[in-house]
Design a protein around this ligand. Sequence first.
Ligand code: GTP
Ligand code: MG
Length: 375
Amino acid sequence: TGSVTIRELATALGIAETEIIKKLFFKGMAVSITQTLDIPTASLVAEELGVTVQTTEEAPAATKVTVMVGEEDIENLQRRPPVVTIMGHVDHGKTTLLDAIRETKVAQGEAGGITQHIGAYHVDVDHDGQTQQVVFLDTPGHEAFTAMRARGARVTDIAILVVAADDGVQPQTVEAISHAKAAEVPIVVAINKIDKPGAQPDRVKQELTDRGLQPEEWGGDTIMVPVSAIQKENLDTLLEMILLVAEVEDLHANPDRPARGTVIEANLDKTRGPVATLLVQNGTLRVGDTLVAGSVFCKVRAMIDDRGARVEAAGPSFAVEVLGLNEVPAAGDEFEVFESEKEARSTANKRADEQRQSRLQQVMASRRVTLNSLS
Ligand code: GTP
Ligand code: MG
C-alpha cells in the first residue's frame, strides 16, 4: 500500500507543495493539499521534474542505539525502580493480574473511580521491611516494546510472561518470549488461573521448557510462579520474585541531569492536543523543560502521573503524561531534554525533515522504486 503525502513528495523533490498540485491539475487531476498520492502518480510528478525513477532493492533501515546512562553519570548513580512489562497471550489474564497487584498494593486513597490516564503504574511493594517501587507497563501490546526491540534500546527491565494454566502456551506467548529474548530482558513467568478446574501448571512448565524456558525447580533458570489473579493468590511471591530479579539487574540512573528516555505511547487528545506518556530512563524531567521526542518539539507545560495528579518533576523510571508537544511523537521514539530551546527547535525540525525523507524513500522502496535527487 504505497502512498505518499504531497508534503512528503514536495520535501523530497525540493519544491513547493502548490507546485505539485499545479502539475497534477494541468494533467487533469484535482488534488487537495492534504491528499496522499499513490506511487504511480507521485512518480509521474517526479518524472515531470526530470527526476529519474529507479528500481531498488531495499530502503536503508534506520537503527540507533542510545546509551541512556553513560560514563558521565557514574559519580551520581542512584538506584532506580524496575520497569516491568506484562506480556502474554490474549485473555490469559494480564490486565486482571495487574489490577490485582495494584489493588492490593496501591496505597489507600488513590484507588477507586480515578481515571487512569497513562498505561504505566507505580506500585509500592513492601520488601524486607522497606518500601520499594515497581513501575508496571500496562497493555502488553505496547508498540513501544516492539519499537524499542527494533532499535536495540531497553525500555523494560523485566518481562512478566502470563500464561493461563488452563490454556497453555499459545502463539502470542511464543511471540512474547521472542520479543523479550530479542531485547535481552529477563523473563519471570506467572502461571495464571490456577484456581480453574482445568488448570495444568505442570503442562505449562513442560510447554515452556520446550520453548527454552526451563523452570528453576526442574534445573533451569526461569522463575515460574503459579498465581490466581482472580483469587489474588500468590501475588506476594510474584512481586518478591520481581524484586529479586531487579536486585540482580542492579538498576541505576543519575537523577541529577536533564532527562532522557522513551515515548511509551502518544495520541492526539480532542481537548488537550498531542499527549505522550514518557518514561524517564535517566535524569529528571521537569515542568518547563524543553525536549525533543523523536522529531517533535515540546516545552513541557504540565505533567500528570498515573493517579491523575499533576507533578512538577519525574525522576528515573517514572512514567508521566506530558502536555505541550507540538505534534504527536511515535511510540518507541526516544526523547531528550535540551538546555537551549533554540537548539531543541532546530533539532526537532532537522529530524522531521530527515524523517520525511526516509519515509518517502521507504514508501518508494516498498514499491521498488526510488527517486533520484534533482541535479
Ligand atoms: P487481553 O488484554 O485481551 O490480551 O487479555 P488479558 O490477558 O488482559 O486478560 P484479562 O485480564 O482481560 O482476563 C481474561 C479473562 O480471564 C477475564 O474473564 C478474567 O476474569 C479471567 N481471568 C483472569 N485471571 C484469572 C484467574 O486467575 N482465574 C480465573 N478463573 N479467571 C481469570
Ligand atoms: Mg488486557
